[in-house]
Design a protein around this ligand. Structure first.
Ligand code: ZN
Ligand code: ZN
Length: 392
């Protein structure tokens, strides 16, 4: 074998792959235009009318009309754009984009004429089984575009455009419950989530007053079970409460740190995961857990660190077979009652958390410490791999 050809082959493969990504970007642009540009709206509306929430088709006639007025022109747009790109650049491997478009155009024409009855993979009928994937659009991901929020989850195959636009997670109309609601970050998150159209439920163990319109639930450590029925109707549950005993190392401080930071959070997490019972919950329900940067960096408070690390590890273990998306909030020092020396502002941290969640980051790292951005993903990867290999 002539190894000197290898770089050439690698470049050709890369160009071929980028032709496919380009064609998919055209598909996503066409889809977005179908929601905002009048000439395409009518055809795209038919696509939305063609499916019921279990993704069975509403009628064969509607399905065929949707294929003819939406899927066929969409594939023609992809084919045309890929041809223009290949012709203008004179790079022959870019014609792969045209071949790729034909893979969608031919079945769409056949479906519109009643010659092919099987739908594509993202519209297969039946219960949702997988969780939404972060980088590739699967059925559960796309289901949310039809039945959660039609102004989000636009992508057809790669999730790049949704990540850029911040449409990988819709918060509008979602019921979001948050513990530690009286704290600085809790307050800031309530404001930020409300701004994005979420209905917030504040869970607190204190008597602090909240703004009008915010549902407030009082709860106690150890009495988590009492929240079960309210959590059934919660879409996103943010576990954000915590305690910091600073330099205290008495048995009482150990007990308090683990009971509040680790076990009450874990009990609430399990309680919420048990409410994921319906097919749609796999697409809509999410658990966000503030495990803190203490997972990988010193917090200058040994018991805070120990109890948060134990929580972080438990969540990594539990995430292996979670029934819904679990996001970790890995936050650096922000100003709060727990940490008066914090350098970041709680409102800035809340803004960044929501911005990253809307881009479907599963580990949301917000800190000024650059080491965390390197250490945390490495630690999380190997910890998760270790748990996967030695537990079941
Ligand atoms: Zn669709
Ligand atoms: Zn649409």
């Amino acid at each position: 074998m002539d190894f000197s050809l290898l770089p050439q082959i690698a470049i050709q493969c890369l160009l071929g792959a980028s032709a496919i990504v380009f064609t998919e970007l055209v598909r996503d642009a066409y889809h977005i235009a179908g929601h905002y540009w009048q000439p395409l709206k009518r055809g795209h509306n038919l696509h939305h009318k063609a499916y019921r929430p279990d993704l069975t088709i509403t009628s064969l006639e509607m399905y065929q009309k949707a294929q003819l007025n939406n899927d066929v022109p969409e594939a023609i747009a992809m084919l045309g754009a890929a041809a223009i790109l290949a012709a203008c650049t004179q790079v022959s491997v870019l014609w792969i984009g045209c071949l790729y478009s034909l893979v969608f155009l031919i079945p769409a024409v056949a479906r519109s004429q009643g010659l092919l009855l099987q739908t594509d993979v993202t519209h297969k009928p039946g219960d949702l089984i997988e969780l939404p994937k972060p980088w590739i659009v699967n059925r559960t991901y796309h289901w949310r575009h039809h039945f959660d929020d039609q102004n989000a989850y636009y992508c057809g195959h790669f999730t790049i455009v949704d990540k850029l636009l911040g449409t990988s997670l819709a918060l509008k109309g979602k019921t979001v419950a948050i513990t530690g609601a009286s704290g600085a970050l809790g307050q800031a998150l309530i404001a930020e989530l409300s701004k994005h159209g979420a209905k917030v439920v504040a869970l607190t163990t204190s008597d602090r007053a909240f703004a009008e319109g915010i549902e407030v639930l009082h709860w106690q450590i150890g009495a988590e079970e009492e929240l079960r029925s309210r959590l059934q109707k919660v879409d996103i549950f943010i576990l954000n409460h915590g305690v910091n005993v600073y330099g205290d190392r008495t048995p009482a401080a150990i007990q308090t740190s683990y009971e509040v930071n680790t076990f009450s959070t874990w009990r609430l997490a399990e309680l919420f995961l048990e409410t994921v019972t319906e097919s749609s919950h796999k697409a809509l329900k999410e658990l966000w857990i503030n495990t803190s940067e203490a997972e990988v960096n010193p917090a200058l408070s040994p018991l805070y660190e120990l109890s948060k690390r134990a929580l972080g590890d438990l969540i990594t273990l539990r995430r292996l077979d979670a029934p819904c998306i679990i996001r970790k909030l890995v936050l650096g020092p922000f100003k709060s009652q727990l940490n008066p020396y914090g350098v970041m502002s709680a409102s800035g941290v809340a803004w960044a958390i929501v911005a990253l969640a809307k881009r479907d980051f599963r580990d949301i790292i917000v800190t000024i410490n650059p080491i965390t951005y390197i250490l945390f993903p490495i630690k999380e990867f190997f910890q998760s791999l270790y748990f996967r290999l030695f537990s079941k």
